[in-house]
Design a protein around this ligand. Structure first.
Ligand code: FAD
Ligand code: NAD
Length: 460
């Protein structure tokens, strides 16, 4: 008889959420995690520590440069970097411990070590206490790691990834970021606010590829005003440490000398050290595991979710898949609506989007109407002193169904939830326009953008 109904490999937001949901549904669940702490990339070295530093660094910037604008005089503002790091670490530790508590509450068995699939229904745990486990089903939730770049000699110190950039011991004089994606911008902003000169090298002629172009162009203008230097169309060919300094080489350009390098050119799935080749578990050309609608791989009884499978590499996408997979395993009808998964960049201002971009609609020949409204014309944004940005709503020309919402502006990451709910419920722009939004709130900008779809914005 199997020891478990389900064994999950990896305790990130995909794996731990799947384990909890499966246990709620009455399954006997075991989770194998190779790190000492639960929570995965997201809690340990991703979403949570980066947001803690974004918050601290933004408060430092406000106190140093902007509180005077609010009629608040502060003198002698000082950076306490060890204090910031300590706060970040205590938030991370608290949340990781919280998951341990949830595991105990849900009677989930935890195994520490490297999980490897020996055969369908059989998993080995390699580590201090090696053992072989049996289960009716196995779920791979092993996540991802930073992608390497040819010629860039990562030493996990001066030339490192996001993991190092979350714990630099001092503020680098000059930080070069390779890649103007989400990690490059969030962590570039952290260190720029704390005093670094930050140069972002991007291969493409734009920042934030994949996001709506109009919004990304506005973001670049705002971040440039804040002090970030963008060098677009730069193909990085190498980076190395020479005499304690970093040298970054780009095609046809003089080398750049700097104090630290952050490599942020994407992430690759952790699917190469699980024994999958021997079992013929199908993976695509980029190493992501191929799954069906129930998250089953090409081998019955083996499932996969999160960053290890195709789709946006986001914690909440992994969580949705974890819940849906557990429900399918328990005989229910788990489902993920990939059209309604929001994406947020936690810069200042924040950038958030859900649904289709304008470029995607044009490419697919879908007729749409567009409503745009700026935060500049919103009373709450004025009171906050945060008027940069806009909301853009895209709705189908004939049905008026909302197809995409893209926001750059204060608290965009919270505002996008209304748009995601609207898309999930199949709402029209008229539905949002007719919904009462409290005054004065930032959410009124969404209502005005919905009015603007029909050319009848009130406050413009
Ligand atoms: P992971 O969180 O990567 O977890 C996988 C776990 O599996 C890890 O704990 C790993 O140790 C373990 N593991 C791997 N192989 C084995 C094995 N063989 N045996 C045992 N255990 C194993 N997403 C957002 O939505 N919002 C954000 O703000 C955000 N910020 C981010 C900031 C940074 C700096 C980074 C790097 C990422 C960020 N992400 C963010 C992305 C997010 O962290 C991932 O999408 C998410 O963690 C994926 O969840 P997962 O469960 O699939 O994998
Ligand atoms: P990314 O895919 O967002 O951006 C990588 C950037 O690097 C792209 O702009 C790409 O064009 C550029 N690039 C690639 N090769 C290059 C080269 N040789 N020279 C210069 N530029 C090059 O990847 P990321 O920023 O590393 O983030 C990885 C993943 O983590 C993302 O998929 C993201 O979803 C997730 N993440 C999410 C959040 C969030 O939700 N707030 C935060 C951080 C990370």
């Amino acid at each position: 008889m199997s020891q478990h109904d389900l064994i999950v490999i990896g305790a990130g937001p995909g794996g731990y959420v799947a384990a909890i949901r499966a246990a709620q549904l009455g399954l006997n669940v075991g989770v194998i995690e190779k790190e000492g702490a639960l929570g995965g990339t997201c809690l340990r070295v991703g979403c949570i520590p980066s947001k803690a530093l974004l918050e601290s660094s933004e408060l430092y910037r406000l106190a140093s440069d902007h509180l005077g604008e609010y009629g608040v005089k502060v003198e002698g503002v000082q950076l306490d970097l060890p204090g910031m790091m300590k706060r970040k670490e205590s938030i991370v530790a608290g949340l990781c411990k919280g998951i341990e508590g949830l595991f105990r509450k849900n009677k989930i068995t935890r195994y520490v070590g490297h999980g490897r699939i020996a055969a369908p229904g059989r998993v080995t745990v390699e580590g201090a206490q090696p053992q072989e486990l049996t289960a009716k089903n196995i779920l791979i939730a092993t996540g991802s790691r930073s992608a390497p770049l040819k010629g860039v000699e990562v030493d996990d110190d001066l030339i490192g990834t996001s993991t190092e950039a979350l714990k630099y011991p001092g503020v680098p004089g000059h930080l070069v970021v390779i890649g103007a994606g989400v990690i490059g911008l969030e962590l570039g902003c952290v260190w720029s606010r704390l005093g670094s000169k930050v140069t972002v090298l991007e291969y493409l002629p734009r920042i934030l590829p994949g996001m709506d172009t109009e919004i990304a162009t506005e973001a670049q203008k705002i971040f440039t005003k804040q002090g970030l230097e963008f060098r677009l169309g730069m193909r990085v060919t190498g980076a190395r440490v020479v005499n304690g300094r970093c040298v970054v080489e780009c095609d046809g350009q003089p080398p750049i000398d700097c104090d630290r390098v952050l490599l942020a050119v994407g992430r690759i799935p952790n699917t190469d050290d699980l024994g999958l080749d021997k079992l013929n578990v199908a993976r695509n050309q980029r190493g992501f595991i191929v799954v069906d609608k129930t998250f089953q791989t090409s081998i019955p009884g083996i499932y996969a979710i999160g960053d290890a499978i195709p789709g946006p590499m986001l914690a909440h996408k992994a969580e949705e898949e974890g819940v849906a997979c557990a429900e399918c395993l328990a005989g229910k009808h788990g489902h993920v609506n990939y059209d309604a998964i929001p994406g947020v960049v936690y810069t200042d201002p924040e950038i958030a989007s859900v649904g289709k971009t304008e470029e995607q609609l044009k490419e697919s020949g879908i007729p749409y109407r567009k409503g745009v409204f700026p935060f500049m014309a919103n009373g709450r944004a004025k009171a906050l002193g945060q008027t940069d940005g806009r909301v853009k709503m895209l709705a189908h020309t004939e049905t008026d169904r909302i197809l995409g919402v893209h926001i750059i502006g204060p608290r965009a990451g919270d505002l996008i939830a209304e748009a995601a709910t609207a898309i999930e419920f199949g709402a029209s722009s008229e539905d949002i326009a007719r919904t009462s939004h409290a005054h004065p709130t930032l959410a009124e900008v969404i209502k005005e953008a919905a009015f603007a779809v029909d050319g009848r914005a009130i406050h413009m």
